[in-house]
Each structure stands twice: as C-alpha cells, then as structure tokens.
Design a protein around this ligand. Sequence first.
Ligand SMILES: [Zn+2]
Length: 147
Amino acid sequence: MKFLLTPELGRLAKWLRAVGYDAEIFKGRIADLLAKATADERIILTRHLALRGHRGTPVWLIRHDRFGEQLKELRRSCGIRLSMKRLFLRCLLCNVPVKRIAKEKVGRKVPPYVFKTQKDFSQCPSCKRLYWAATHWKRASQILKTL
Ligand SMILES: [Zn+2]
C-alpha cells in the first residue's frame, strides 16, 4: 500500500513513514495529482473535498485534524497497521527504506553518549541521516500505544 498525500497532510505523511509506509507528498499542480497517483499506483490522501469521487484512482478524504485521529481513520478505512515492529524502517524526510549500518561505521557521526548506549543503527541511503532507537522511538511507540 503506497500513498500520495496533498501538502496539508505533511505531518501524517511523516507518521505513515514512521510506521513503515511509502508516503509521498505531492508538490505539483492538483490537476496532475490523479495522473501521478495512477502511474505510481498510490492511494491519494487529502483534505480537499473537491477531490472526492474520482473513479479508478482511490481517493481517501481525511476528516480529522489531528494526526492521531487521522492514523486511526486510516486504520479503519485502508487497514494500515500501526505496529511497533515497523517503526523507523523508512527515512522520515526522504520516504526511502533505511538500511542497517554497522556500529563501527557510525563512529563520530553521532554524539558520544548515543554511540556508547545504542547498539543498532540505520542510515538513509539518500540523505545519510542516522536513526537509532532512542527518544524518537520511545515517543513514537508511546503515541502508537495510545492509538
Ligand atoms: Zn533520508
């Protein structure tokens, strides 16, 4: 399941990535949105009422304002899974899957405390950002628990 979101849903896009889904933000003209979604076989997520009811390409209208409610909405409508096991498998910024990286290779790219206390690191092949199970992960998993 892949998603194409209109720009007002930027926060939801990050959360979808955090739980492992391919979620791209559409930055072109609205007129080109359907063509892009069809070509990439993506489900459109939007808050634009005008985009309702197009045949062929699925368009889900997001009703809620808050990302927590939006995620719950998507769990009901699209059946997305909000699983801790899938947390941070994808870069939050680039929307590409991150790759495990050996601790030795991380070296000084992270603060010494992080290097000392963490075992597992992942890296985005595109922006080279490093991910590890720390504060972000804890916060995200707490939020997921409440959902
Ligand atoms: Zn990245």
